[in-house]
Write a protein that binds this ligand. Structure first.
Ligand SMILES: NC(=O)c1ccc[n+]([C@@H]2O[C@H](COP(=O)([O-])OP(=O)(O)OC[C@H]3O[C@@H](n4cnc5c(N)ncnc54)[C@H](OP(=O)(O)O)[C@@H]3O)[C@@H](O)[C@H]2O)c1
Length: 318
């Protein structure tokens, strides 16, 4: 099979096109002919060498798959050859998706939403599972509640705004002013332009004091320590971004706050739940650009520039 292999840690041109043996599924596994994958910040962090102790080179990276099962391992009963599926390969648990084939354990593989193209499905698997775990399983966001979603225009944020809206919560989101209209169309009741207004003051203004029930932190930095002051009693903070600097969480006591730290765990069950929302049109994938897998260097460069609005999808088969 052809793969774009990460051969050294560094810039976007650290990938080389290689011909590798086709992988074969073991017991309880399926082999998937990959049709599309997409770019996540984790791909860029791995490429730069941020996780050099967890990723041995050369490596096939990539964290979204949408494709078609073309071989079944022994003992697999739930899938057949020809099934369309989508999933995130186990993070730091083997080869990723920048390749023509990927082999996966069936417990992380879900049926592709029938109404989505492979490109659309590949754009939502990692971010969708992350949002499901963050807002539904950890924060247990309720219809009566208000959530502050940071980075509402981003890969995670744009799905989080839609999932929170589908739950029926009131959604406040931070975003660049130029993205405000798009984030509002996704369902945010109010969009806070982070370039023009301090988000803490905006939350005070918009909630007239009481604050929000849940903060979804896609930023890191001082969001952990600032969030308690924005929370109502018993509020929750869900953090997706590791922060190496010590944080002062003293204000969390005053709110009886709960912190959740999420590193997305792959599971078919979370994807199946997301599929319900996707098939009902309550969550709509946000694809900004599609490129062939061979142009992965250009795709990484575009992702780092940050000007593409929506996910960057890599087409593996046309
Ligand atoms: N823990 C996990 O399991 C997990 C899973 C997925 C993602 N993540 C992490 O979550 C973070 C977000 O991921 P993503 O895929 O959503 O990235 P993304 O697509 O790059 O989105 C980030 C968004 O945040 C916006 N932004 C930048 N500065 C901001 C600020 N000060 N206030 C509000 N918004 C701001 C960006 O706007 P511009 O592009 O205009 O600058 C962009 O729209 C990354 O660090 C990623 O590694 C963690």
């Amino acid at each position: 099979m052809k793969a774009m292999v990460l051969t050294s840690f560094g810039g976007p041109d650290s990938f080389a096109r290689q011909d590798l043996p086709d992988p074969r599924p073991g017991p309880g596994q399926v082999r998937v002919a990959v049709h599309a994958t997409s770019i996540n910040p984790l791909d860029i962090q791995i490429r730069r060498g941020d996780y050099a102790d967890q990723v041995a080179l050369p490596a096939i990276i990539g964290h979204d798959v949408s494709g078609v099962i073309d071989e079944i391992g022994s003992g697999v009963t739930g899938f057949r050859e020809g099934d369309e599926v989508y999933y995130t390969p186990r993070i730091f648990g083997g080869p990723g998706s920048y390749a023509e084939y990927h082999v996966a354990d069936t417990d992380i593989v879900a049926r592709k939403p029938a109404n989505l193209t492979h490109s659309e499905a590949a754009s939502v698997s990692l971010v969708g599972v992350t949002v499901w775990e963050a807002l539904v399983q950890r924060a247990r966001l309720q219809v009566t509640e208000t959530v502050l979603i940071h980075g509402g225009a981003g890969g995670v944020g744009s799905i989080a705004v839609q999932v929170a809206t589908a739950i029926g919560a009131r959604v406040l989101a931070t975003a660049r002013g130029s993205d405000a209209a798009r984030v509002a169309r996704l369902g945010a009741s109010e969009v806070i332009d982070f370039e023009r207004e301090d988000y803490g003051e905006a939350v005070d203004r918009l909630t007239e004091g009481p604050g929000v029930d849940v903060v979804l932190d896609t930023l890191g930095r001082d969001t952990l320590s600032r969030s308690p002051r924005l929370l109502r009693e018993d509020g929750r903070v869900v953090s997706l971004v590791d922060t190496a600097t010590p944080q002062n969480l003293i204000d969390a006591w005053g709110r009886n706050a709960t912190y959740h730290f999420v590193f997305s765990r792959q599971s078919a069950g979370k994807l199946d739940a997301l599929t319900r929302l996707l098939e009902r049109g309550l969550v709509v994938p946000q694809v900004g650009l599609e490129l062939p897998l061979a142009e992965v260097a250009g795709a990484h460069a575009r992702a780092e520039e940050g000007r593409v609005k929506g996910k960057i999808v890599l087409r593996v088969r046309s």
